[in-house]
Design a protein around this ligand. Structure first.
Ligand SMILES: [Zn+2]
Length: 466
């Protein structure tokens, strides 16, 4: 065999610019990514890669900016996508969670959760997100995983547990039941579809867990080599309740019982003090920043949030879009835009979260939160072929003069043309190729109407509808 003969590979992806997010953050003009199987084999100038490889298929071209798939580190794929927008946008936090969201979650059926998970996955893929971390709303894990495997996204999922009231009856468990549930979930869902989908140790968080449950969930995460995720301190309710119960703020207490660590992903962390901030930094705990929820549920993120300080002290901060009633879209590009902009204005400081930093949080930061930095988040040989092609033949993409500014400040998920997960095309020409989209829209509408009717919650639309 001729040693100089081009090597046969599955796929060559070409673009006018390839945003690698590699160690030196190289952006390659007239670049290409060589893919074999589910892995990135090579990244470089298109002319060089064309000479080196004989691809069975070539996609992309001058019209496309090629980037890694983004990583959404907090989203409720069930419970909310099929009730999106039903909850009024003027409900206070406690009413929002306990009078609207948890009653809605509790009336879902298995087939509805499956469809909900697919709707969320399709929305993420079509807007350039290839990996996500589920918040834990899922009750029918088998059905939801089956639906996710069909769509072809990558994610870490689970059903959250808690053992302290108040909780809707469908979630009620004793401490022992909750721990056994987590254990079983990790056993049964250690890996699906070559590891694309797997379970994590997931708690609701807030003030809903006893110390034995906190400790057990962390121990299980350590034992199984997975992460632990939970919500904490979006509003004052959590600090107030921890201080009343333990005389300590939440992250001080969690650090004391050994729950903060490098394999822990905390969502929100808005109402924290300086001691808690330092504990997050010292323990290597990751934080999922959900700017869209903060805006809609009035967390005061720009007034009291310490996200700039977290980044300055080395906390890994990634981005999430949360639930569709508190953040009605799952397009991480739009959330990344907010991350870049909110603190520039709040602190009257243009140095806050440059586009490049915001995009790192949406890719590399997300991969680190999900303990997947050796698998996703960049276009680097050896990583999984999770790749997005943005179509620049669109008004918001032209002229293309500074690609990072364009990605964060101009573009959003509508410009996503083609998406690959594990080397497989799952979105082509803006449409998901793995499932019947028309049927998904129809099922989502029918089920959304049925779920809201079954919940008995009133329709609070303010304008007259006739
Ligand atoms: Zn959440």
């Amino acid at each position: 065999m001729n040693a100089l003969a081009p090597r046969a590979i599955d796929l060559l992806i070409e673009g006018c610019q390839v945003v690698t997010m590699n160690e030196t953050r190289d952006i390659i003009r007239n670049g290409a990514v060589a893919v074999d199987g589910n892995t990135i084999l090579d990244v470089g100038k298109a002319a060089d890669l064309r000479a080196r490889y004989a691809p069975r298929r070539t996609i992309g071209g001058d019209r496309f900016v090629v980037t890694p798939g983004m990583v959404n580190t907090h989203i409720h794929i069930t419970g909310e996508p099929l009730t999106r927008g039903y909850v009024p946008d003027d409900t206070p936090f406690i009413e929002n969670v306990f009078e609207w969201l948890t009653p809605l979650y509790s009336v879902f059926r298995a087939d509805e959760e499956r469809t909900s998970g697919q709707l969320a996955a399709v929305e993420m893929l079509r807007s350039g997100t290839t990996t996500f971390l589920e918040a834990g709303t899922i009750r029918f894990l088998d059905e939801v995983i089956d639906g996710l495997v069909e769509v072809g996204i990558r994610g870490r999922v689970g059903r959250w547990v808690w053992d302290l009231p108040p909780e809707p009856s469908v979630y009620r468990q004793s401490t022992d039941q909750a721990i056994a549930h987590l254990e079983r979930q990790l056993d049964e869902h250690a890996s699906h579809a070559d590891g694309r989908i797997a379970a994590w140790s997931i708690l609701v968080g807030h003030n809903t867990c006893s110390d034995p449950l906190w400790r057990a969930a962390k121990a299980l995460a350590d034992e199984r080599g997975v992460g632990l995720s939970f919500h904490m301190s979006p509003a004052m309710l959590d600090p107030e309740s921890f201080i009343a119960e333990f005389g300590q703020r939440p992250f001080v207490h969690l650090a004391e019982i050994g729950v903060l660590d490098k394999n822990v992903a905390v969502t929100h962390a808005v109402r924290i003090d300086d001691t808690e901030l330092q504990l997050l930094a010292d323990t290597g705990t990751s934080v999922a920043h959900c700017p869209t929820t903060a805006l809609k549920v009035s967390y005061g993120i720009t007034q009291v949030g310490k996200f700039p300080e977290m980044v300055q002290r080395g906390v890994n901060v990634s981005i999430g879009t949360d639930g569709n009633n508190a953040s009605n879209y799952s397009d991480l590009m739009r959330a990344t835009y907010l991350v870049a902009g909110l603190f520039k204005d709040a602190r009257t400081d243009p140095q806050m979260f440059p586009a490049e930093k915001a995009y790192e949080m949406a890719t590399l930061g997300g991969a680190r939160t999900m303990l997947m930095q050796d698998e996703v988040g960049a276009l680097v040989p050896g990583l999984k072929a999770d790749i997005v092609l943005h179509d620049t033949d669109r008004p918001e993409w032209r002229p293309l003069l500074n690609v990072m500014n364009q990605l964060v400040w101009s573009a959003d998920g509508r410009g996503v043309h083609t998406v690959l997960v594990d080397g497989k095309v799952v979105v082509e020409d803006g449409h998901c190729t793995t499932i019947d989209e028309e049927r998904l829209w129809a099922d989502s509408q029918r089920m959304g109407e049925a779920i809201t009717a079954r919940s008995g919650l009133p329709d609070k639309a303010k304008f007259p509808i006739w």
